[in-house]
Design a protein around this ligand. Sequence first.
Ligand SMILES: NC(=O)c1ccc[n+]([C@@H]2O[C@H](COP(=O)([O-])OP(=O)(O)OC[C@H]3O[C@@H](n4cnc5c(N)ncnc54)[C@H](O)[C@@H]3O)[C@@H](O)[C@H]2O)c1
Length: 428
Amino acid sequence: MKIAVVGLGYVGLPLSLQFARSCVIVLGLDIDAKKVQLLNDRQSYIKHIEPSTIAEFVRSGKFSASTDFGRVKEVEAVIICVPTPLNKNREPDISFVIETGRTIAPYLSKGALVVLESTTYPGTTDEDLRAVLEEGSGMKAGVDFHLAFSPEREDPANEQSNVKLIPKVVGGYTPACLDRATALYGKAIDTLVPVSSCRAAEATKLLENIFRSVNIALVNELKLVYNAMGIDIWEVIEAAKTKPFGFMPFYPGPGLGGHCIPIDPFYLTWKAREFDQHTRFIELAGEINTRMPEHVVHRVADALNSQRKALNGSRILLIGLAYKPEVDDERESPSYVLMDLLSERGAEVDYYDPYVPVVKSTSEHSHFAGKKSVTWNQANVASFDLVLIATNHKCVNYQELADWAQRVVDTRNAMAAVQVAPGKVWKA
Ligand SMILES: NC(=O)c1ccc[n+]([C@@H]2O[C@H](COP(=O)([O-])OP(=O)(O)OC[C@H]3O[C@@H](n4cnc5c(N)ncnc54)[C@H](O)[C@@H]3O)[C@@H](O)[C@H]2O)c1
């Protein structure tokens, strides 16, 4: 069997490799010629994907990459994993999905299967994508070709997370579409969870991400409340999570980051308006989570103030530009918001992140493009008035940080296990 995966990013590339591992021949398609070249040269641009894995499948002919979308005519199924961001008005931008649909439609074979994996609002697959596929192919979904939605559950940097073992939700446009989609995914994934429609599958993914956003907002709010009462939220969460039922730990932080949790809930908010429905939990969670960087900046100012220093003119080292530990993905990272807020107040901000050695020119925060991670040594760390931990990468030596830094503001409880002079670490 030969399939195409469109969009070779954090979702599409691991999925392609899992199908290749399962003896399906995979043609990876992307508009980014540089990525395509790197893959065909057997190199990786994602930290947790080994070049040797790519090399193995390129060598065996199971995987190849291309920018030639005309080659869709060679395959039985196309899986779409392109970005679904928000536009500048924070409304869903499904233009990448629509563009992909338009591009592949003329090359779809009769009987082919198209599956969308990009996170999106209910109705994208059976309304928006279906319309462009039908128009461009002259065929009817559910009659001449099959259509389905199956959300990705990628957990970057989680070593226990394995595409094959994570149950996969699948919804079809018709029962026959669902059968085709489960037959395809059954080749590569151990457990499938069929649902009644594409919309139910789209809604499932949104529920999963909204659940995270709301619960993170809850602990972020409790952090502020408990802090005012002199209670440490981290101690409370550790104690609460010993409850063997009815509780799941979520952790506070400097704000939400990444390509999913800060964005996806608002796809539902937008679509709900069409049905005169309001998503108050989503809005409230968004409001609390986006206020967290301001809170962190206040803690930084307080910590400096306790040493008779002002934010204005202070040198601050931010640790962790990536939005979560052990990843090189800095999309939507609150670290950028923190750097902006601190710079606006006159601080001189540098960062340390071994996984993001330099801010790329393609970054959403292009005014930081070219900025480089500082070198980790005592002289450098000690030269800053304050170190702000935004992301707790495991590779950082927190004992050295405790020994070298003048002051630390810790948004991740990263300093909990190290020996440190009293009063040096401020939790935020
Ligand atoms: N990253 C995650 O952990 C994660 C988890 C679950 C779901 N998702 C969802 O999966 C989707 C993809 O996310 P991602 O993190 O892989 O994004 P990504 O930015 O890492 O990858 C997207 C890829 O699509 C390519 N692309 C863009 N437009 C294209 C087009 N018109 N045709 C072909 N290729 C195109 C880009 O060049 C890029 O390589 C999004 O909807 C996201 O919300 C992501």
